[in-house]
Design a protein around this ligand. Structure first.
Ligand code: ZN
Length: 289
């Protein structure tokens, strides 16, 4: 078996691992055919060999079916979308992610706002503030993309950490991944951990906010961080509409589908007009009373 080549997409930055036997040399992320060779370091090789994979459960036929249901949805899509779009790329890709597990413990400070006198007779309302503080803790699991081909916000829409069965994994095995493209990690583990920490802090802040009127300050300690490189199965479909590319992602384990869809400017204007008419209607009705 000849050596696989590591190629970086000059358009989107994805770092794909090509088997020389592969026929299609297009970037699965954006459809580009412009690449530059990236030599693989020993460190990269080791990282990849230690990765766990979740294999594809959604077949190409199933993925196609999910896409054709998805493309029909949406009130604001152009009327001719389903009859005129052109499929460009449709491939199964093992996309690298860092699974990050960690415990978080937050102490918070805030205050509750209590009305002691309602506003009346042109006098403003009077409030009293009561200082509050407390703590919150939780365990988190997150999947941080290690590819430069797909931004985190895009993969978040198909990665539901509660629905992914990450016990159903296999050790990295090129044989098992035959027929699919493999992307190499292009993000450093420590950067993925930093990003996971920021996301955990945000989630902790949201959790603390639910218990108090005004959250003033939080201090989150993150401990027991465990990371694992995982290759997650994703069907990536790029389609063209009026010469512009749009990308759809389908989670190869759970089937969750999400993507970009053009909107009809005409339909958006109609929606705004209808909304304005409804608001005007409400105003008119309430004024009449
Ligand atoms: Zn690309």
């Amino acid at each position: 078996m000849s050596e696989a080549k590591n190629l970086g997409c000059k358009n989107c930055g994805a770092n794909l691992n090509f088997d020389p036997a592969q026929v299609s040399m297009n970037c699965a992320f954006c459809g580009s055919t412009f690449f530059m060779e990236i030599p693989e370091t020993e460190e990269d090789k080791k990282l990849r060999q230690d990765a766990e994979i979740i294999t594809f459960k959604v077949t190409k036929e199933d993925a196609k079916q999910k896409f054709s249901e998805w493309i029909k949805k949406g009130l604001l899509k152009p009327s001719n979308l389903t009859s005129t779009f052109k499929e460009k790329e449709f491939e199964g890709v093992y996309v690298p992610f860092f699974k990050v597990r960690a415990d978080a413990n937050t102490s918070w400070r805030g205050r509750d706002k209590i009305v002691i006198r309602e506003a009346a007779n042109n006098e403003p309302a009077e409030y009293e503030y009561i200082d509050r503080n407390g703590s919150h803790s939780d365990t988190y699991k997150d999947f941080i993309t290690a590819t430069k081909g797909l931004p985190q916000s895009e993969v978040d829409s198909i990665i539901d950490e509660k629905k992914i069965d990450d016990n159903d994994t296999k050790p990295f095995n090129q044989q098992l991944m035959m027929g699919f493209k493999i992307e190499n990690p292009a993000v450093k583990e420590e950067n993925a951990v930093d990003m996971a920490k920021e996301r955990i802090k945000d989630k902790e802040r949201d959790a603390c906010r639910s218990g108090v009127n005004e959250l003033l300050d939080t201090d989150t300690m993150i401990s027991n961080i465990q990371t694992k490189l995982m290759m997650l199965p994703i069907w990536i479909l790029v389609y063209m509409y009026e010469n512009k590319p749009f990308r759809v992602l389908i989670n190869g384990q759970t089937g969750i589908t999400s993507g970009q869809k053009p909107v009809s400017k005409f339909k958006v204007i109609i929606a705004i007009v209808i909304a304005a008419a409804i608001i005007a209607g409400i105003y008119f009705v309430t004024k009449k009373k």
